[in-house]
Design a binder for this molecule. Structure first.
Ligand code: UD1
Ligand code: CA
Length: 456
């Protein structure tokens, strides 16, 4: 079946959000609402996606996928006026235009595809997707004639009491024959409660031209939820979260408590991974298979290899390879790579560092700007002194080095392969491979000191 073009309306400010951010850039499931709509349309077969933007147009352009075409609606005079702005971009097109709104993040590819196919086979010049909403407040209502045929759409603000009792609503999703759409748009007027050019008015116009219009009703009202307020944003977020959790469980991931597991739409998790409660997996996080993650982990843009065990950890923009064991109470910061089988124990922070295979950072360490080899043992409380108050410097630790407890490695400094550093040392000079470095005051024992203090 042929493909279609999609026009996504996203120019509004979203006054009811009370936000500096354009409404369509508010995130649900870690992804801007508009991007959810773009992705669903693409999945359903959109060959071109055109977003109509206005309020903070540049910001919107930068936040969405680059293959989305942009048309600017300088003044937001209504949804009909918004579609009209795409006339130039669509001048050589014929066939079906699917119009969507950028504030409906729950649309699914399957629903849009079925809708498009229904439009193609019903012979109508315009088809609108509708659903019966438990609470229709705010939506345009579907007015049907006595024989059940679609007559027109009335906006909530323009509706009579009787019309407001109708629960079948306009989803804001339509398929149009392109030529018919633009000729009808030219006739839309703005004599209504909001003084706007309403897109739904084209249906009545097309019908009065004796062309066929159709309504395509879906049962799944949840998927067409329009987000106009923060309360509706939270509702959308919750639905997306349940969907994502169910999808992962169906793929073989165990979630100990889905109700306290927050996984963004784009996150990937391998099979037989177990996720414990209180875990957030955000952004572009990718988790391997056979892992145990949580309880209480927050990962943002983190890549984790297979069979990793991580608990009580905040990690962002970093990578943990296969078989790592991390936590509890660990902070892994950007540009860190923990190679295979690294162990990071309690109360450790690692930043901008490469930690080699099998190395252990078991307790109470700060490791920043460090290149550490494999099978290193960092004693308890050992830190890299990476900042001199002006600049950051790197520390290099060779393979198999053994750093005693409470050592300070003052960067820039190098500890060679297989070298030892005595506990409590402050290392400021290179430690060559295989050496023992001890850099601390010698111990002095003063005989009789205690007696003298107590009796003298
Ligand atoms: C709109 C529909 C309503 C439908 C509901 C579904 C109209 C007049 N009303 O109402 O029938 O039930 O969606 O969610 O179409 N926009 C522009 N330019 C404008 C105005 C709006 O691009 O000049 C964009 C907005 O950014 C938004 C979308 O169009 O993404 C819908 O606008 P919104 O103000 O949210 O319309 P609703 O009142 O929800
Ligand atoms: Ca809306």
């Amino acid at each position: 079946m042929a493909e279609f073009i999609t026009v996504i309306l996203a120019a509004g400010k979203g006054t009811r959000m009370k936000s500096k951010l354009p409404k369509v850039l508010h995130k649900a499931g870690g992804k801007p609402m508009l991007q959810h709509v773009i992705d669903a349309a693409k999945g359903a077969g959109a060959k071109r996606s055109i977003a109509v933007v206005g309020f903070q147009a540049e910001m919107v352009r930068e936040a969405i996928s680059a293959d989305t075409e942009i048309v600017v609606q300088a003044e937001q005079l209504g949804t009909g006026h918004a579609v009209l702005q795409t006339a130039e971009a669509l001048k050589d097109e014929t066939g079906t235009v699917m119009v969507l709104c950028g504030d409906t993040p729950l649309l699914t590819t399957g629903m849009l595809r079925s809708f498009y196919e229904a439009h193609c086979s019903n012979g109508a010049k315009a088809t609108v997707l509708t659903a019966v909403m438990p609470d229709a407040t705010g939506y345009g209502r579907i007015i049907r004639s006595a024989d059940g045929m679609l007559e027109k759409i009335v906006e909530h603000k323009d509706a009579t009491e009787a019309e407001r009792r109708i629960c079948e609503v306009n989803s804001g999703i339509y398929c149009f024959d392109k030529e018919t759409l633009f000729s009808a748009l030219a006739e839309v007027e703005c004599h209504n409660a909001q003084g706007e050019y309403y897109l739904p008015d084209v249906l009545d116009i097309i019908r009065s031209q004796r062309e066929q219009i159709a309504a395509y009703a879906v049962d799944d009202y949840e998927s067409i939820l329009g987000v106009n307020s923060r309360v509706q944003l939270a509702q959308a977020e919750k639905i997306l979260r349940v969907r994502k959790n169910n999808e992962l469980m169906e793929q073989g991931v165990t979630l100990m408590d889905p109700a306290t597991t927050y996984i963004d739409a784009e996150v990937v998790v391998g099979s037989d991974t177990v996720i414990y409660p209180g875990t957030w997996l955000e952004g572009r996080t990718v988790i391997g298979s056979g892992c145990e993650i949580g309880p209480n982990c927050r990962f943002t843009d983190v890549k984790v290899g297979d069979n990793a065990v991580v608990s009580f950890t905040y990690a962002h923009e970093c990578e943990m390879e296969e078989g790592v064991t991390v936590g509890p109470y660990v902070h892994i910061r950007p540009n860190t790579v923990l190679k295979n089988n690294v162990h990071v124990g309690n109360f450790v922070e690692v930043k901008n560092s490469n930690i080699g295979d099998g190395t252990k950072l078991p307790h109470l360490s700060y490791i920043g700007d460090c290149d550490m080899g494999s099978k290193v043992n960092m004693g308890c409380g050992t830190i890299t002194v990476n900042y001199d108050g002006m600049m950051k410097h790197r520390t290099v630790v060779g393979d198999n080095a053994f750093i005693g407890c409470n050592a300070n490695l003052v960067a820039p400094v190098t500890v060679g392969d297989g070298a030892y550093v005595g506990a409590g040392s402050t290392i400021t000079k290179e430690v060559p491979a295989g050496c023992l470095a001890v850099a601390r005051a010698h111990q002095k024992n003063i005989r009789g000191w205690a007696d003298k203090r107590n009796n003298g």
